[in-house]
Design a protein around this ligand. Structure first.
Ligand SMILES: Cc1ncc(COP(=O)(O)O)c(C=O)c1O
Length: 382
């Protein structure tokens, strides 16, 4: 039997309705959205619009036109940062960012002369919002935070940070890669100006889907220029949304799958999804602590984390353990730096990295039992 515990990288399995919707669309429609006037193209357009509406609904946003579809959260983050930031701008960010944010900022620092302030986090990954207020400068042009660390799982106080950003009229962007589809996010109440999400993690949609919600009136220059299906004689990118930032043929098959995944989450109820995941997270924290010489990183409180748990076992290589879990027990976990090297500096694991389980909606307590039993056996061999 195989046990998948890498949902922080991408969720598996997907609800069967998602795969079925992609198949049905590819077999029976297959037309582009926003381009043709024939019935099937208009149907594709309707499907994409419904997906925009469902995304907007999930995040309590009232303007589906400003839900921009991208290939993943990385593209959404690049789109916003490259579109907004200019020479001399200052950006405030967390110490826990994924490379999707960090590399983008470092590249803009090198190539466009922006400056970056990184707010320290405690060893458990907590950020003090007061530190953000103190870091604001006259040229601060963006505050960007991950909603939950993909190494420690720690949830960041986005509502408090958003309030500080609003008070100072600084745009606030959230990387919701680890939280969209499992944690409540309220774009207005959380004071979010730009929300970047990915479709293939807790949203349970296909890879190649994600997006940026633009709840901000400032200027974002498009990252790509090209066909939008309308105003073709105009020689520049149109100024209106979503076409301004969404160009080239859309991933309609993926978006149709995402639409189905969003319906699935709506039907299950976000609060029930969260409740189930919390039960398994609490169970995992408890059971993992039985393993001899285990070091579990991050908060041990289910209210403060998402389903991401990083750990090491003293004196044994994580890579060896992860390999044996896969080969001998069919248990799939991640090992390494998880594309977030700065978060490892916080917990001083920048050399060896960590083993990481990513708990998803379809995991059961029995998966954790199997993992813990296997870890006990493997560590007993050393
Ligand atoms: C916090 C965070 N940001 C960004 C990403 C990048 O996601 P994607 O590869 O879907 O763009 C991930 C996923 O690995 C993540 O966990």
């Amino acid at each position: 039997m195989e046990i998948y515990l890498d949902n922080a990288a991408t969720s598996f399995p997907k609800p069967p309705e998602v795969a079925k919707a992609v198949y049905e669309y590819m077999m029976h429609n297959g037309a582009t959205a926003g381009r043709g006037a024939y019935e099937r193209a208009m149907e594709a357009d309707r499907m994409v619009y419904e997906a925009r509406k469902l995304v907007a609904e999930l995040f309590h946003f009232n303007d589906p036109k400003k839900v921009i579809f991208t290939a993943n959260v990385t593209e959404a983050l690049n789109l916003a940062m490259y579109g907004m930031l200019k020479q001399g701008d200052h950006v405030i960010t967390s110490s826990l960012e994924h490379n999707a944010v960090w590399r983008c900022l470092k590249t803009l620092e090198r190539d466009r002369g922006i400056s970056i302030s990184t707010i320290p986090a405690t060893k458990e990954g907590f950020t003090n919002p007061d530190d953000i207020a103190k870091a604001i400068r006259h040229n601060t042009a963006l505050i960007i935070f991950t909603h939950a660390s993909n190494v420690l799982g720690t949830l960041q106080p986005i509502r408090e940070i958003g309030a500080i950003a609003r008070q100072h009229k600084i745009p606030f962007m959230v990387d919701a890669a680890q939280t969209a589809g499992v944690c409540p996010i309220h774009i207005e109440e959380d004071h979010i100006d730009l929300l970047a999400f990915t479709g293939h993690k807790s949203l349970l949609g296909p890879m190649g889907t994600g997006g940026l919600i633009v709840n901000w009136d400032g200027k974002i220059r498009p990252l790509k220029h090209g066909g939008t299906g309308g105003d073709s004689a105009y020689e520049y990118q149109p100024e209106y949304y979503p076409n301004k930032l969404e160009t080239g043929t859309l991933n309609v098959s993926g978006i149709v799958g995402l639409r189905e995944a969003l319906r699935f989450i709506r039907n299950e109820g976000l609060e029930n999804v969260l409740k189930k995941e919390k039960e398994i997270i609490a169970y995992a924290l408890n059971r993992l602590s039985e393993v001899k010489d285990i070091i579990i990183y991050g908060p041990k409180d289910v209210e403060k984390i998402v389903g991401v748990i990083s750990f090491n076992i003293k004196g044994i290589s994580g890579e060896d353990i992860a390999y044996r879990l896969d080969q001998e027990y069919g248990i799939m976990i991640r090992v390494g730096l998880h594309c977030a090297p700065t978060a490892h500096c916080v917990i001083e694991t920048e050399k060896e990295g960590t083993m990481r389980i990513g708990i998803g909606y379809f995991n059961e307590k029995s998966d954790i039992d199997s993992l813990v039993e296997a870890l006990k056996k493997i560590s007993g061999d050393y």
